[in-house]
Design a binder for this molecule. Structure first.
Ligand code: PLP
Length: 403
């Protein structure tokens, strides 16, 4: 039994005596919890190891929260965040604001909620439109949120360089005119990383400087679900990127491995309204320390602890192997994502996923097939199995060693 789990049990046993003034019947269920067979708690728990995540390449959001995160939950304050009274939440929001160079930040439950809260906060009076990369999450993977929640027109732009949006792309597609026919661009939403590729800081800066010089200025939003990865790759600091934007959302549940949570950043006035929008979406929660404490561990242990770099190295080694065996990639491997071009290799996508499963590893099925994500909990045996799978499907050769 891990010490964290045992301290959890000890803490639980002690708590009724510290609440003697509660009516006896209030503890009936609690007492039956304490007197039941303790074996389920004393056995290994899901917190003690990554479990299936060690063999799961489908995404970095499969990462399993760890024992340090559980310990932080046990030690968190449990006050109300809707009333802004929880010290763990308040100090975490201050930390993120400081790290990103913004005035304020606001805990939200997910990346989708973070994007939608930020967009809903920034958009005031229709008609309005949001310009974004046509491949971006807010266009394709948030259930039409901007249309439903904001009534916004989404304008998807395909980058002319095939990699990321530039100022030239933005200028070509933006709507500045305010004729009765027009739906003016009020937000430019960028995503970094996008499909694991990095948007260079200089292009972000160029778009941001131009957007701010417009009359009225165009709000710049960043979907930074994986901004951590761009920073870990050395593309710029959190502050370098985040200060280009009026709002951004960052996720704690992807490569950082927290159980729940994302954060929206911006200035104080923006956050005042964002708090309102979060409430509207049902995202105002009470004992938010339970979310913030493990999220803080995720930021400190995995991001600030430098744990993302090794994953990116592994992703590059695996990509090199795939290419050396004759495979092609759909996108360059710049962070922790590998995009195998299964079509070019004439490999049936479902068959690839079946073979992976037979080898004991999980790969994506459905629309993101061919995407392999390396996260910090992937084990060496899984990497070996994936390398062998590459060799199997491209060369029919077994036992390929990953260099
Ligand atoms: C770029 C990007 N933005 C936003 C999200 C949404 O995050 P969540 O699943 O926490 O809603 C994801 C999810 O994978 C994502 O990849």
């Amino acid at each position: 039994m891990s010490s964290v789990v045992s301290s959890f049990r000890e803490g639980a046993v002690q708590s009724p005596s510290s609440h003697r003034d509660f009516p006896e019947e209030a503890w009936v269920n609690y007492e039956s919890f304490l007197t039941r067979d303790p074996s389920p708690v004393s056995q290994q728990t899901a917190w003690d190891s990554p479990g299936q995540a060690a063999y799961d390449f489908r995404s970095d959001y499969v990462t399993s929260p760890n024992v340090a995160m559980l310990a932080s939950i046990i030690n968190t304050s449990l006050l109300d965040d809707v009333m802004k009274e929880d010290p763990t939440t308040n100090s975490f929001q201050e930390l993120i604001a400081r790290l990103t160079g913004h005035e304020d930040s606001l805990l939200v439950m997910s990346g989708t909620m973070g994007n939608q809260v930020a967009l809903r906060t920034a958009l005031l009076a229709p008609p309005y439109s949001i310009l974004a990369d046509s491949r971006s999450h807010i266009i394709g993977m948030e259930a039409g949120g901007p249309a439903t929640l904001c009534g916004a027109l989404l304008q998807g732009v395909t980058p002319s360089n095939g990699h990321h949006l530039t100022l030239a792309d933005v200028k070509k597609h933006v709507t500045l005119r305010e004729d009765v026919y027009d739906c003016p661009t009020r937000i430019i939403s960028l995503e970094n990383t996008l499909s694991g590729t990095i948007m260079p800081l200089e292009d972000v800066r160029a778009i941001c400087t131009w957007a701010r010089s417009q009359n009225p200025p165009i709000h710049m939003h960043l979907d930074g679900a994986r901004l951590w990865e761009a920073v870990a790759a050395g593309a710029g600091s959190l502050k370098d990127y985040a200060t280009c934007f009026d709002s951004a959302q960052l996720c704690f549940t992807k490569g950082l491995g927290a159980p729940i949570g994302s954060i929206v950043i911006g200035n104080k006035a923006f956050m005042k309204r964002a708090r309102w929008m979060r409430k509207l979406l049902g995202g105002g929660i009470r004992a938010a320390g339970i979310v913030c404490a493990p999220a803080r561990v995720a930021v400190e242990q995995i991001f600030l602890g430098g744990r993302l770099c090794a994953n990116q190295e592994t992703a590059k080694r695996l990509s090199k192997l795939w290419v050396s065996l004759g495979g092609k990639l759909q996108h360059p491997t710049e962070t922790n994502m590998i995009w195998l071009d299964l079509e070019a290799a004439e490999i049936d996508k479902e068959h690839f996923a079946d073979l992976a499963e037979r080898a004991g590893i999980k790969t994506m099925r459905g629309r993101l097939q061919g995407r392999i994500i390396i996260h910090y909990q992937i084990c060496d045996r899984a990497l070996e199995a994936l390398a062998n799978l590459f060799a199997d499907v491209l060369k029919g050769k077994r036992e390929y060693r990953l260099e």
